[in-house]
Design a protein around this ligand. Structure first.
Ligand SMILES: [Zn+2]
Length: 220
C-alpha cells in the first residue's frame, strides 16, 4: 500500500466521511508492507499484510483462520492485451492520478502502471501474482469500493465486482468526467452517461456537475 494513496481511502462503515490513519510497522521505500489503516470515528481497523490492505469485514478472522490460496497468473500476452484495452477505454493518456482496476482487470495492474507514466493503480482483489509496489497498491474488499468522493479518474469492474453497491461506491469515488468500465450485463447507474458499448463491456463517463446545473437552469 503506497503511503500517498492512504488519503484516498474511507471507512467502509456507514458514518460521516473521514480520513483513515495509517500505522506502518514495516515500510519499504514508500510502501506500507505491514501495518494497518484505522478509522478515528468508529475504531475500525483494516490490516495491511504483505503490502495488501484488507477492507473485508471479516478480515481479521479470515486472516487468522487461513491464508488465501495462490491463484495462477494469466499468460503474459493476455495481461498485455487486457492492459492495452483498459488503458485505451479509460483514456489513460495523461500522467497522474489514481485508477482502480477490480478483479480480472486488476490482474494487469503492473502492465497498466508500466504503460502510463505517473499514474497509480489500485488493484482490488487481483490474482496472487500482483504485488504492491512500482505504481501499484493492492487491496481486498467486500461489496464496496472503500474510496473517498472524487478520488479516482477511472474505474474498471469485472463481473464479480459489478454488484449494485460496488458500482454505486465506484460512481461516488469517480471525479467528474471520470470513466467507468463495467460488464455489458450490468445496468448503467445514475450519474453515469454511457459513451460506448461492445459485446463484453460498456464505458461510461461521470456527469460533470456544472453541465447538469446549466441544463437544469437554462435561463441562468
Ligand atoms: Zn469508521
Amino acid at each position: 500500500m503506497f503511503i500517498e494513496v492512504v488519503d484516498a481511502f474511507r471507512c467502509t462503515r456507514p458514518h460521516e466521511l473521514t480520513w483513515l490513519v495509517a500505522q506502518a510497522d514495516r515500510l519499504e521505500d514508500r510502501d506500507i508492507i505491514t501495518g494497518a489503516l484505522g478509522c478515528p470515528i468508529c475504531g475500525a481497523r483494516y490490516p495491511i499484510a504483505a503490502g495488501v490492505a484488507d477492507f473485508r469485514a471479516a478480515a481479521a478472522a479470515a486472516a487468522a483462520a487461513r491464508r488465501s490460496p495462490p491463484s495462477p497468473a494469466p499468460p503474459a500476452p493476455d495481461l498485455a492485451e487486457r492492459a492495452l484495452r483498459v488503458a485505451a477505454l479509460l483514456g489513460l493518456t495523461e500522467s497522474g492520478g489514481l485508477v482502480v482496476l477490480a478483479g480480472a482487470w486488476a490482474d494487469a495492474a503492473h502492465e497498466v502502471a508500466a504503460l502510463v507514466d505517473g499514474i497509480h493503480v489500485l488493484a482490488i482483489d487481483p490474482a496472487s501474482h500482483v504485488s504492491s509496489g512500482f505504481g501499484v497498491s493492492v487491496a481486498r474488499a467486500d461489496d464496496t469500493l472503500p474510496l473517498r468522493p472524487d478520488a479516482v479518474r477511472g474505474v474498471a469492474l469485472d463481473a464479480a465486482h459489478a454488484t449494485a453497491p460496488f458500482v454505486e461506491t465506484s460512481v461516488a469515488a469517480l471525479r467528474p468526467t471520470g470513466r467507468l468500465l463495467a460488464p455489458a450485463a450490468a445496468p448503467v447507474p445514475p450519474g453515469i452517461v454511457e459513451r460506448a458499448r461492445d459485446a463484453s463491456d460498456w464505458l461510461g463517463e461521470k456527469h460533470e456537475l456544472t453541465t447538469l446545473a446549466r441544463a437544469a437552469h437554462p435561463s441562468g
